[in-house]
Design a binder for this molecule. Structure first.
Ligand code: TYD
Ligand code: MG
Length: 454
């Protein structure tokens, strides 16, 4: 009988302590520690197992490798985020809020990879429920095996029986190992189970895809302790009220983290969206004030997004600010800049901002569109839907250059825009005559304001 030892783990960040603590010294949260019993042999045992496969040191020039063939997922958006397919022997974590579509994405991918044998282990759903979902998705394959199981030791028995080329586990929070007494989903369980799957992936070369739930504030709680163990962390996000879903790589040992994949949730599973701009732009004919189109880039892909604002006199004492899909502090900063530079008393107004489609945009090139949409709503003069914007705003109201402006202009051209506003400092690198679109270069926000509304 292995000796057990009690440890206390912070359930937020996974910090381990031999006594209970009121405040976590790692993440600073209060009251997050809970007791977990760990068998003394477990970690030492698995560590021995991992190190047994380790090799001897070599000179770096002498190390040879063959270009490992990636496994194509037959889903262009998924492959794009992974950097060209699943790397054999890799361990991958797919995180996301409950109900966003993680199980659907991986089951759909599992069904689509018809040229490999695949084992889909679910700790959340029965085989019948998985089958119902598969019927909804409607892809037929004889290479996908499903099993409902929650204990790793038995999962590995199934793996020995099926001998899959890919293993999917849904979700890590429902899986437990007999090595540890604490309940499934606790920090020590998650850490130990992940280590076991990592060991399996590294020794057999079979890639393992793990699903992990994340908490409302967007952190991979629990899975935080997995982040450094796994090779790639993907996040599936979106607004549940809209159909769009975005797949992002937060960490990727085998590819870039700049690429995103875009999907639309439909009645029959997830549909890939290769051309996001065309449906992100609401097809408005009549021109309404407060809307402006931003030419943003996500990874290597241009995304044209409509920004909508509403500026109105504050009815109650304190003006309200609300931003959907845009950082609130950045909005406050832009409002302060507009107040100072364009002389509007925005401090006494309610300002509501909405990024169409429920998307969250990280590209700073959206700034100018946000500022112009606010100005448009404030003066109640519409901006033509054939105009778009690509520039960042500085604190003194200067319109700053953005990366890869040429690509944005080319895409604006392709989508049929007539005019694009960019920073004057982007002009130098440009061959303006190449484009059949009017390029308006401005250096301060007042110039943009005068050009649009004067
Ligand atoms: P699910 O994959 O179960 O989410 P997660 O595993 O991240 O918790 O998907 C949940 C939602 O997706 C559910 O509310 C129903 C919806 N859905 C569709 O709209 N179409 C479909 O074809 C499927 C399978 C699910
Ligand atoms: Mg699920």
């Amino acid at each position: 009988m292995a000796k057990s030892k009690t440890y206390y783990f912070c359930q937020e960040c996974g910090y381990q302590s031999s006594s209970w603590l009121g405040r976590c010294p790692e993440c600073g949260k209060f009251g997050t520690f809970s007791e977990e019993v760990v068998k003394a042999t477990s970690t030492a045992g698995s560590r021995r197992a991992v190190s047994a496969s380790a090799s001897t040191p070599q000179r770096i020039q002498e190390v040879t490798y063959s270009e490992t063939k990636r496994i194509a997922t037959h889903c262009a958006e998924f492959d794009r985020v992974l950097g060209g397919g699943i790397v054999p022997g890799s361990l991958l974590l797919l995180g996301g809020e409950p109900g966003i579509g993680k199980s659907t994405l991986l089951l759909q991918t599992a069904l689509a990879i018809h040229d490999r044998k695949l084992l889909y282990v679910s700790g959340e759903e029965s085989e019948q429920q998985i089958k119902m979902r598969a019927d909804r998705i409607g892809i037929n394959t004889d290479q996908c095996y499903v099993v409902s199981e929650t204990v790793t030791q038995r999962i590995f028995e199934h793996v020995d029986a099926v001998q899959p080329d890919i293993l999917v586990v849904d979700s890590i929070q429902t899986i437990s190992t007999e090595e540890i007494d604490s309940p499934a989903g606790s920090v020590s369980q998650i850490r130990q189970c992940t280590t076991e799957f990592q060991h399996y992936a590294k020794t057999t070369g079979v890639p393992v895809l793990l699903i992990g739930h994340i908490t409302k504030d967007g952190t991979l709680a629990g899975p935080k302790v997995m982040e450094h163990i796994v090779d790639a962390v993907l996040q599936f996000e979106g607004d549940r009220n809209y159909g769009y879903r975005i797949l992002r790589a937060l960490k990727n040992r085998f590819g870039s983290t700049a690429e995103i994949g875009i999907f639309e949730m439909q009645g029959s599973g997830l549909r890939e969206v290769p051309n996001p701009s065309e449906f992100l732009l609401s097809q408005r004919d009549e021109t309404l004030s407060g809307a402006a189109v931003a030419a943003t880039l996500e990874g290597a892909r241009p995304m044209f997004i409509e920004v909508q604002s509403l500026v109105s006199s504050a009815v109650y004492g304190t003006p309200q600010r609300n931003a959907n899909g845009f950082d609130m502090r950045r909005l406050s900063m832009l409002l302060a800049v507009l107040e100072k530079r364009c002389g509007f008393k925005l401090g006494a107004k309610d300002v509501f901002l909405n990024i169409a489609g429920g998307l969250r945009v990280n590209d700073p090139a959206i700034d100018l569109a946000v500022a112009c949409s606010i100005l448009s709503s404030n003066v109640d003069i519409p901006i033509s839907p054939r105009i778009c914007f690509a520039a960042e705003l500085g604190l003194s109201g200067e319109v700053r250059p953005v990366a890869r402006v040429e690509q944005r202009i080319a895409e604006a051209n392709r989508l049929g825009f007539e005019k694009i506003f960019i920073s004057k400092y982007n002009l130098r690198e440009l061959d303006v005559k190449r484009f059949h679109i009017e390029i308006v270069a401005v250096s301060v926000i007042e110039e943009a304001f005068r050009s649009l509304f004067a």
